[in-house]
Design a protein around this ligand. Structure first.
Ligand code: MN3
Length: 200
């Protein structure tokens, strides 16, 4: 199999009470696993099966919707698990904090803009903190399993933080209260990982 489901870097219940264990178990073991299986089926015996996810994203407009949806799903979720950690980790420091202040005025300004993008994404999708090639930051959102690495994205760049706002990410615990889930997400952000992505 060309693409494989990564292990969660923590237990299913490790993000409670912010994200419940049952949601994590289904989200990782069913939803993410399905994206991986469907991506393998869609790329089997084609040159795509040997490409990296980043390579796939960069040329996604040339491939099938199955590759776009499931390749995006695999990339997005693989990143998403790494962007969270039990109890959260640290806060923006150094160059990352300076870039946040420059783009959004303050951490609170960033938080409000990110939450707004996540709240107002209609239907299923993601909100992102994106690093531009010049090192500045911008917030965007994408529908379905699209992401800023895709050549079809309205805002293109390197995602350094993202939140899944598909209902499967929060409905068991939060039902229709997406804003409550978004607020809770800020408690589990792995800023050490975000900073590493920003500085890489
Ligand atoms: Mn999801």
């Amino acid at each position: 199999m060309a693409f494989t489901l990564p292990s969660l870097p923590y237990d299913f219940n490790a993000l409670e009470p912010h994200i419940d264990a049952r949601t994590m178990e289904i989200h990782h073991g069913k939803h993410h696993a399905a994206y991986v299986n469907n991506l393998n089926a869609a790329t089997k015996d084609t040159p795509l099966e040997n490409m990296s996810l980043e390579e796939l994203m960069a040329g996604i407009s040339r491939y099938s919707m199955a590759v776009r949806n499931n390749g995006g799903g695999h990339y997005n979720h693989s990143l998403f698990w790494e962007l969270m950690t039990p109890g959260g980790a640290g806060s923006p420091q150094g160059a990352l904090a300076a870039a946040i202040d420059e783009a959004f005025g303050s951490y609170d300004g960033f938080k409000a803009a990110f939450a707004n993008a996540a709240t107002t994404r209609f239907g299923s999708g993601w909100a992102w903190l994106v690093k531009n090639p010049d090192g500045t930051l911008v917030i965007s959102s994408t529908p379905n399993q699209d992401n800023p690495l895709m050549d079809v994205a309205e805002v293109k760049g390197k995602p350094v933080l993202g939140i899944d706002v598909w209902e499967h990410a929060y409905y068991l615990n939060y039902q229709n209260r997406r804003p409550d889930y978004i607020n809770a997400f800020f408690n589990v952000i792995n800023w050490t990982k975000v900073a590493a992505l920003f500085e890489a």
